[in-house]
Design a protein around this ligand. Sequence first.
Ligand code: ADP
Length: 629
Amino acid sequence: METKTNQFKAEIAEMLDLVVNSLYSKKEIFLRELISNASDAIDRAKYLGLTEKNLVEDNPEWKITVLVDKGAKTMTIADNGIGMDAGELEKNLGTIASSGTKAFRKALAEKGGEALPELIGQFGVGFYAAFMVADKVRVVSKKRGTADAFQWESDMGGSYTIADSQRDEPGTSIMLHFREGQEEYLDYWRVSDLVKKYSDFIAYPIFFRQIDIPADEKAEDKKYREEREAKPLNTMVALWKRAKKDVKQEEYDEFYKHLTHDWEAPFETIPFSGEGQVEFKALLFIPKKATMEIFMPQQKRGLSLYVRNVFIGDDIEMLLPSYLRFVKGVVDSSDLPLNVSREMLQDDAIIAKIKSAVTSKILSVLETMKKDAKKYDEFWRSFGTVLKEGVHVDWSNAERIKKLLKYPTARNEAGKLVFLEDYVKDMPSSQKDIYYILAEREDDARRAPQLEQARKHGCDVLLFCDPVDDYLTESLREFDSKKFVDIAKGDVAFGSEEEQKAEKDALEKAAGEMKPLIEAVKKTLETEVSDVRLSTRLESSPCCLVAKEHSLPPSMARMMRAMHEDVPEEKRILELNATHPLVKKVASLKGDEQSGAIRMLYDCALVAEGSPVSDGAAFAKSIAEMMMK
Ligand code: ADP
């Protein structure tokens, strides 16, 4: 082919510019990134070889070699992995996966250059870390199963070239021309230390080789050099196979970063092994923060699977329930056949057993973490919304998951969350049910007039303000044999039996007196509300709107409408506070004056819950008129 020059996509050019000018001190991580890519490439070749024997020679000697040329100031990281053809070089090294492009640019603009290393990791563009130390990079690659080699080259000028090249074996070599001042990476000890620090667990041997041997090298120097070049720099022991007590947290942290491309250490590290029905070893991690994809349905999720040290695949969804998709890690089992494919895993009984053991282990780690409120809250803020889905989808563990849920409540200040157990413990003896209120924002929930009587009777109310909360109300059903009751729906009664009786009597008496008003309101608001009645939940507000007991949650109705289902707009019930002076006043009015006041009352109820009024201009005019009076 002819040499082809391509411009980098704008966001790569932008990113490279930041990489070059970055003052980031840990430039050394470029080596970890390139070794990590080499290791992934061998993993893929090895896996391919399981089914396509012709692509991989018998007993291949998988390895990664770091070649240095001190005179030319270059380092080449070579692997005999899967390799890339011309199209893949262009696609993999010339663009950022298109789904991430926009997000990357946005994050870059928001966070600035400081956050660059973190962003490179998050967006899976580790290869470009090479430009932190090099001003020219050449990638030579030959894809397994093809005859021709190609090269990709860039000196950062905003473009790269793709051309024919030469390489005997399949695989990839990445040659870096070090910038001025980066010569330290040509030194054996520096490289050896870096490999131990970041890449010790890599499953393939990493060798060091110096390629510009001086002609006058002394015999003893030669011997010494050859000895150290014969041994791999890494120990290659799979971390999940080592006893926890023998592994330093830093080693776990580095492995986690290799696995996830996260630049931060994990929030929690969970090494464990399954015994009994299925034998396996697992090393799981809970990250510190949720990445933005966690809410995207097409997000990669699942764990990496190894069978007897052979990498089978990453993102194996069948190993983790969807509501634990924030967990990352590795599972290694000797009970599965080596030639297992992704499709076969789908309904494999062993995989199902591993999934169930992994799920149970993670839940038990969270149960322990609960005792440390500060830590648990940090976890909850990152992943609580995802974990909640478990109540809905995993019936066998629903009771355990319910005990892990935390909510803001009406009585506690914003920011403080309580477990359901604690809510139940604090219930006054007369309270039978668990009360909640749904709202889109916590502030709206706190201000809701429907809370007034609950407050007066010393009952706390859970504030369900997370979009998933209203889907969950169905599945929550009961906790500790107590029903969940929406205080803004249907009938609710607070207080002891005597109090309820007294209230009922008072209400009946008031109902007699208020009958003409109720009739007038029903007539005036005929098209807006389904019914009008006196309220048991109000204290200081004149009125509020409540849904019927079995109505659809508003978000569910919205979703069904979005799916073009015909969901009729459900009318609500207007409840009046018979003891409120304003209501009494309206009761005393007549004719048009009364119906005008009734409309105002209704609009006030809408405004109080944060809903729009049907005719804002008319509402404003009425207020102005009233103020004049
Ligand atoms: P990531 O590894 O997170 O996907 P990188 O920017 O490091 O992002 O690499 C981009 C892509 O280039 C990789 O996904 C892989 O497909 C390809 N790649 C990088 N290095 C190698 C290599 N040594 N062998 C084969 N493919 C590679």
